[in-house]
Design a protein around this ligand. Structure first.
Ligand code: AHR
Length: 495
């Protein structure tokens, strides 16, 4: 590695998160007024503390599919109107709305990032929301916010126009022609309300959709939003095992590369960054909703959502995959400025809530490791003779993937070097020798590791098999040679 050669600096927002009005993420998750852990505002203090520990930089809300038929106006003010949530087909009480969300972000110390309804919503309604949040006192919506007890504008900087409006499953889905028109007019209105608003718009890796969006709406955008879940399980809760999860790591940067290429080709790569604002190894389980034939009974389409809550499903496979994708985000930090783990609380999230407290799932510890121990400057570095392994895919076939996934960084605040090193091998340790080029000498090092006894280790109520362990500083005489345990996520700090 070359400590003296900084390739780029990552934005802390690549460690962002997402929370949706789905199942127990909001109600019964972070917002649970009846919980003994809830403060006067109904927010669970144990969840907030856990979010603060991983220094959540930005929190995207309120959806996700939920938002594409959401009327934000029914969820502000003294009178909240319960509505039928047509996306997830449950009652939305609207007791948690914009004001509660902003208050939560203030308590966490994170940036709000509001995704607007471009499904059934209009450009007018999207821009009214910006008025409510960001105008001082001009007009009915800013005055409404003041009347609701919030005199100061919220200054919400990040706004997304729509969510996956390209998808047949999305309420109020759009064609690429419809989308470029709506996104442009919504962007115009929103920026007329607040010229400092940084706008994103729903996109994917489809050239036609993205070219039309960027040709028409590109001048108004600072971000382009893409999503990915690798182990999709909406109808059948079939989850990839460890080996099948490793196979997914052969396809971590394809989406980024495609969108980067298009932004570059259109001369927009210096103006627009990628917001990978929904990602997770595992897609959410919600059968009989993203289907033509809708579930008829709650047991067909609501109760099965509880299967997302099975903590034993979130093992070292999830932790290792999450670390590999965070490495990918760091390597692409010049074009990816934000990413949002989907979601942060319950469902497939890194924090699980129950009446007696919270469970920090394996993925939580990976965020703790990366946010609190890895550097913000990405250094030049390479692996001599990288080894590969074969991994069988879910559904058949095989992938060939590197055994180790390594990113070299430095902390700009104190110059400490920090190398993220993931050993994907299920059963074998690997040694890693770190050589510093350019005359730098390692004097001391320590290894911080997220791991469990086996690939199947997980955390649950009253049981913790996956932990973050901070090693002691050890003397080094130039090179640093460490042993990476099987299925382990490590940061080697060097000074
Ligand atoms: O499965 C959950 C959904 O995944 C989110 O609501 C949506 O944004 C994505 O399709």
């Amino acid at each position: 590695m070359r400590p003296g050669r900084v390739m780029m600096k990552r934005d802390a927002m690549i460690y962002g998160h997402f929370i949706e009005h789905f199942h127990r993420q909001i109600y019964g998750g972070v917002y649970d007024p009846n919980s003994p852990f809830a403060g006067g505002d109904g927010l669970r203090t144990d969840v907030l503390e856990a979010m603060k520990k991983i220094r959540v930089p930005v929190l995207r809300w309120p959806g996700g599919c939920f938002v594409s038929s959401y009327d934000w106006k029914k969820a502000v003010g003294p009178k909240r109107t319960p509505v039928f949530d047509k996306a997830w087909r449950v009652e939305e009480p609207n007791t948690f709305g914009t004001d509660e969300y902003i208050a939560m972000c203030r308590k966490i110390g994170c940036e709000p990032y509001i995704c607007t309804n471009a499904g059934t919503g209009t450009a007018q309604e999207m821009s009214d929301w910006v008025e409510y949040c960001n105008l001082e006192n001009e007009g009915e919506f800013a005055k409404w916010r003041i009347a609701n007890g919030h005199a100061q504008p919220y200054g919400v900087k990040y706004w997304s126009i729509g969510n996956e409006n390209y998808g047949w499953w999305e309420l109020g889905a759009k064609s690429s022609d419809e989308w470029c028109r709506l996104a442009t007019e919504a962007a115009k209105l929103m920026v007329h309300v607040d010229p400092d608003a940084e706008l994103s718009a729903a996109a994917l890796t489809d050239i036609d959709w993205n070219v039309k969006l960027l040709r028409h709406c590109g001048p108004w955008l600072k971000w382009i939003s893409i999503h990915r879940y690798w182990n999709l399980a909406p109808n059948e809760n079939v989850l990839a095992n460890y080996e099948q999860t490793m196979a997914y790591t052969d396809d971590l940067d394809t989406d980024i590369a495609k969108v980067r290429g298009l932004l570059t080709a259109m001369g927009l790569d210096k103006q627009i960054k990628i917001a990978f604002d929904e990602w997770n190894l595992r897609g959410w389980h919600h059968p009989n909703v993203h289907t033509i034939r809708q579930g008829r009974t709650k047991d067909e389409y609501v109760t099965p959502r509880d299967k997302n809550d099975i903590n034993s499903d979130y093992t070292m496979a999830d932790a290792v995959f999450t670390a590999c994708f965070l490495n990918t985000l760091n390597r692409n930090a010049d074009i990816v400025g934000m990413a949002n783990f989907a979601p942060i609380a319950n469902t497939r999230g890194c924090i699980y809530t129950h009446e007696g407290g919270i469970v920090l799932r394996s993925t939580y510890h990976v965020f703790d490791l990366y946010v609190n121990y890895l550097g913000d400057e990405i250094l030049d570095g390479w692996m001599d003779s990288p080894e590969t392994m074969t991994a069988g895919r879910l559904g058949g076939g095989e992938a060939v993937v590197p055994v180790l996934d390594v990113v070299f960084t430095r902390r700009s605040e104190d110059g400490v070097l920090a190398v993220a090193a993931v050993n994907k091998h299920a059963s074998e340790a690997r040694s890693l020798t770190l050589t510093l080029e350019g005359g730098a000498q390692a004097k001391a090092y320590r290894v911080i590791t997220v791991n469990g006894e086996s690939t199947e280790s997980y955390n649950d109520v009253g049981m913790e098999q996956v932990t973050l362990a901070q090693g002691e500083w050890m003397a080094a005489d130039g090179e640093v040679c460490v042993t990476l345990a099987p299925h382990s996520v490590n940061v080697i700090q060097i000074k």
